[in-house]
Design a protein around this ligand. Structure first.
Ligand SMILES: Nc1ncnc2c1ncn2[C@@H]1O[C@H](COP(=O)(O)OP(=O)(O)O)[C@@H](O)[C@H]1O
Ligand SMILES: [Mg+2]
Length: 250
């Protein structure tokens, strides 16, 4: 069974055009199947609907039509908080709450006992940070360290699926490669299913398994990352891969 399955997912949104509001289809009938434990990269130019797709899976937004299933169950039938425990969204710019790293890791946990102490250490280690970080002020961390802490905080809730929305776009090249490695390790060690959104071709190539190209709200390409990225079928994705697809200003 698919871990996540989108069927004919459409998302309409009112967009300002001058003084008028115009209804725009941001996602146009997207079908997508994500298998358990795979890393699926969603690649596409800015404005193609990548973030919207992730937000729908997490129910930060609702589909206009079509359906999204998690383990075969329509996510509309799940309680939103339960859904978000299983399917966690990690943002482009890491959000840190005031306080130290420990407080950040324990944020939102109802029970805080010895077990959560252990969990905290485990999650810190998983993201490649040591226990010295617990007392560090979150505001004083580098952006790369913040992204690690935000990942560790997500892992505290034992998600099954990670939705990563351009998690390295604010990072320098070294920190970017480190986070990529970390994502691959988490996928292997914790058997997490991962949807990784990026506009960066080489990143999609490095991350591997499967790749989907989204252009203007439509899925134009899908398949093994190496094959799709080297030899795309669709003329629009060929253009995108050649770097010729620059979104027109509206
Ligand atoms: N809050 C919003 N209100 C209105 N339009 C939006 C909003 N967020 C995004 N959009 C529009 O929806 C389309 C898809 O956006 P988005 O999913 O953020 O694309 P991507 O993540 O691929 O850059 C874009 O045309 C964008 O301008
Ligand atoms: Mg986006």
């Amino acid at each position: 069974m698919c871990k996540i399955e989108l069927k004919k997912v459409t998302r309409k949104r009112a967009v300002k055009e001058g003084n008028n509001l115009k209804e725009m289809e941001v996602l146009k009938g997207v079908d997508l199947s994500v298998q358990p434990e795979e890393i699926c990269t969603i690649l596409g130019p800015s404005g193609s609907g990548k973030s919207t797709l992730l937000r729908l899976i997490n129910r930060l937004e609702e589909v206009s039509s079509g359906s999204i299933r998690l383990d075969g169950i329509d996510i509309k039938e799940l309680e939103v908080l339960n859904l978000r425990k299983k399917v966690s969204l990690v943002f482009q710019v890491p959000v840190m709450f005031d306080g130290n790293v420990q407080e950040n890791l324990l944020f939102g946990l109802k029970v805080r006992d010895e077990k959560s102490e252990k969990e905290m250490m485990k999650c810190l280690n998983l993201v490649g940070l040591d226990s010295n970080f617990l007392k560090r002020d979150s505001q004083e961390l580098s952006i790369g360290e913040r992204q690690r802490v935000s990942l560790a905080r997500t892992l505290m809730h034992k998600p099954e699926v990670l939705l990563l929305d351009e998690p390295t776009s604010a990072l320098d090249p070294t920190a970017t490669l480190q986070i990529e490695k970390l994502i691959k390790d988490l996928n292997q060690e914790l058997k997490l299913t991962i949807l990784f959104v990026t506009h960066n071709l080489s990143q999609a190539q490095r991350l591997g398994h499967r790749c989907v190209i989204l252009i203007d709200g439509e899925k134009v390409e899908e398949g093994d990352s190496q094959i799709v990225l080297q030899n795309p079928d669709n003329p629009l994705s060929q253009k995108f891969i050649r770097g010729e697809l620059v979104k027109e200003e509206k």
